[in-house]
Design a protein around this ligand. Structure first.
Ligand code: HEM
Ligand SMILES: *[C@@H]1O[C@H](CO)[C@@H](O)[C@H](O)[C@H]1NC(C)=O
Ligand SMILES: *[C@@H]1O[C@H](CO)[C@@H](O)[C@H](O)[C@H]1NC(C)=O
Ligand SMILES: *[C@@H]1O[C@H](CO)[C@@H](O)[C@H](O)[C@H]1NC(C)=O
Length: 468
């Protein structure tokens, strides 16, 4: 499935995953069933997915050759499946009854991810802040129309990296309360203390862990202020005239990286979290928090919706973060069911970002002082197989990202080899639907020792601090 054009190659990553090749109903059903079986989705939901597949008329992706062209042209709906029409009934999100807003109670956990915090505050995830794979898949799908494969993979990775492998749960913030007789495998610290494994530097609104005493889960109002400004000059309280696009956010990511280089001696980017999760989180704001309407079927994001989801009130210059109070806006319409955002879309969108803003692909770190950023050659890391030139050819980028992910596991799990093997095999079926379709070169030995000169590589603050 190697294709000759760089951009078509990225699209190929998407089409490689059968669940989004919705022109092929049989393939889609097979993939949906596979995911459904894994996470025990009910028969009824499976049928709904099949119906959605029938209704989609997939248009082939016309990818322009110019890097900025494709980034600038991208709508708020994502890179592969268009959001062709607005369907109020399908897209309306209830915030009533069981989904009424409630701020977290004393013993309920919130963390670095506004999308998850808002979901928990409205009962789309357990309000405790601790979830199983099935709860994650149902909640993310119902609230955001996140693809089953993506939600399952994100949750499975959280369980393996910082959750409870035996209990099958993960925490959206700090450590889970666990029965001391049932030790949590891995480090069990939750998303808030998953630095370099899930959480990473140069986030959209959180500070780098090292520069904030290990706290990478609290919103920095200065950082929010800066990203808010990329959407325009509407300084009114509601911010209805602000507009955010994925291209503006990709450009903002470059500024934030430079700020990290300038201020964080422990800045480190040689991990799956910094190469994929952090830029993906920027993209999630656009692809998941946008409101949809008749006029804007692909969605639009204004200041009002941005602030509500991030738990921010006030006007530019005097914004306030209301800790733990991230909300789903009233009268908000999610992306359509026929256009879920899937696992492959994450890689396509992150890849487009690197092609449009090549400086943002940084693998390396500061060496203990600010402004000492030193890059590691992809070539040296991969025994000469991948290099700056071919990284975006064929499926190479997704292959590289998966290697980073898998190489990271033993580094972050401080258990015996058996646990690491168990963790790896737990995760495998959730990655296989995408990974199994990629054509990956034999990467040989992946030389992690090249990261030893970066002090940020080993920095891993632990909780508990506060619940949120
Ligand atoms: C199972 C689903 C999800 C998981 C496991 C997850 C995990 C994470 C993690 C680990 C981070 C920290 C990354 C960093 O250091 O920047 C993060 C940040 C973020 N996530 Fe999520 N996330 C999920 C779903 C979502 C959804 C649905 C949205 C959007 C509605 C979202 C939006 C964001 C944003 C905007 C950030 C950056 C926050 C900031 O820097 O202020 N996430 N998420
Ligand atoms: C905000 O206003 C300034 C000055 O009028 C202008 O140069 C800039 O382009 C505006 N920014 C946006 C995002 O509209
Ligand atoms: C979202 O769009 C709908 C439909 O146009 C509109 O009625 C509603 O007020 C918007 N909601 C938010 C939260 O912006
Ligand atoms: C790990 O896997 C082995 C062999 O599959 C199994 O016997 C063992 O119970 C597992 N350990 C844990 C803690 O899951």
């Amino acid at each position: 499935m190697k294709l000759s054009f760089t951009f078509t190659a990225l699209a190929a990553v998407a089409s490689a995953f059968p669940a989004i090749d919705t022109s092929n109903e049989a393939a889609f059903l097979k993939a949906a069933k596979l995911a459904a079986r894994t996470v025990k989705i009910l028969e009824a939901e499976d049928a709904q997915a099949a119906k959605a597949a029938q209704n989609v008329r997939r248009s082939s992706l016309p990818l322009p050759q110019d890097a900025l062209g494709i980034s600038r042209a991208e709508t708020n709906c994502g890179p592969t499946i268009p959001c062709p029409a607005f369907d109020a009934e399908d897209q309306y999100v209830s915030i009533e009854g069981e989904h009424a807003y409630a701020a977290p109670a004393e013993d309920e956990i919130r963390g670095p991810c506004p999308g998850l915090n808002a979901a928990a505050n409205h009962g789309y995830l357990p309000r405790s802040g601790v979830a199983s794979i099935e709860e994650t898949v149902r909640g993310m799908n119902k609230l955001y129309n996140m693809g089953i494969d993506l939600a399952a993979a994100l949750a499975a990775y959280a369980i393996v990296i910082d959750g409870d492998l035996l209990g099958g749960t993960w925490s959206i913030g700090g450590p889970q309360q666990s029965d001391p007789l049932v030790p949590i495998l891995g480090n069990g610290q939750g998303l808030s203390y998953s630095h370099n494994s899930y959480e990473g530097d140069s986030s959209i609104g959180r500070l780098d862990a090292f520069t904030n005493n290990g706290d990478a889960h609290s919103l920095s109002i200065e950082k929010f202020e800066a990203v808010y400004a990329v959407g325009g000059n509407d300084t009114s309280e509601n911010g209805f005239d602000q507009r955010y696009t994925i291209d503006k956010f990709r450009s903002r990511f470059e500024e934030v990286q430079q700020h990290s280089i300038d201020t964080n001696p422990y800045y480190f980017t040689g991990a799956f979290s910094t190469v994929v999760v952090v830029p993906a989180a920027y993209n999630f704001v656009i692809n998941f928090m946008s409101n949809h309407s008749e006029e804007h079927p692909s969605g639009y994001l204004d200041g009002y919706n941005f602030k509500q989801f991030f738990g921010v009130t006030g006007t530019p210059g005097s914004f306030k973060w209301q800790r733990g109070q991230e909300r789903i806006p009233e009268n908000w319409y999610k992306r359509p069911t026929i256009s879920p955002y899937n696992l492959a879309d994450v890689f396509v969108d992150v890849g487009i970002g690197y092609l449009a803003y090549p400086n943002t692909l940084k693998i390396g770190g500061n060496t203990g002082k600010v402004n000492s950023f030193t890059g590691v050659n992809v070539e040296d890391l991969t025994s000469g197989v991948l290099n700056a030139k071919n990284l975006f050819e064929g499926d190479n980028f997704a292959c590289f990202a998966f290697v980073l992910l898998q190489q990271g596991i033993p580094h972050f799990l401080k258990g015996p080899l058996e646990d690491i093997n168990n963790a790896t095999s737990f995760l495998a079926p959730f990655l296989e639907p995408l990974l199994g379709k990629l054509t990956c070169p034999e990467l040989g030995k992946f030389d992690q020792s090249l990261f030893n000169s970066f002090p940020g590589h080993k920095y891993s603050p632990t909780g508990p601090a506060t619940n949120y």
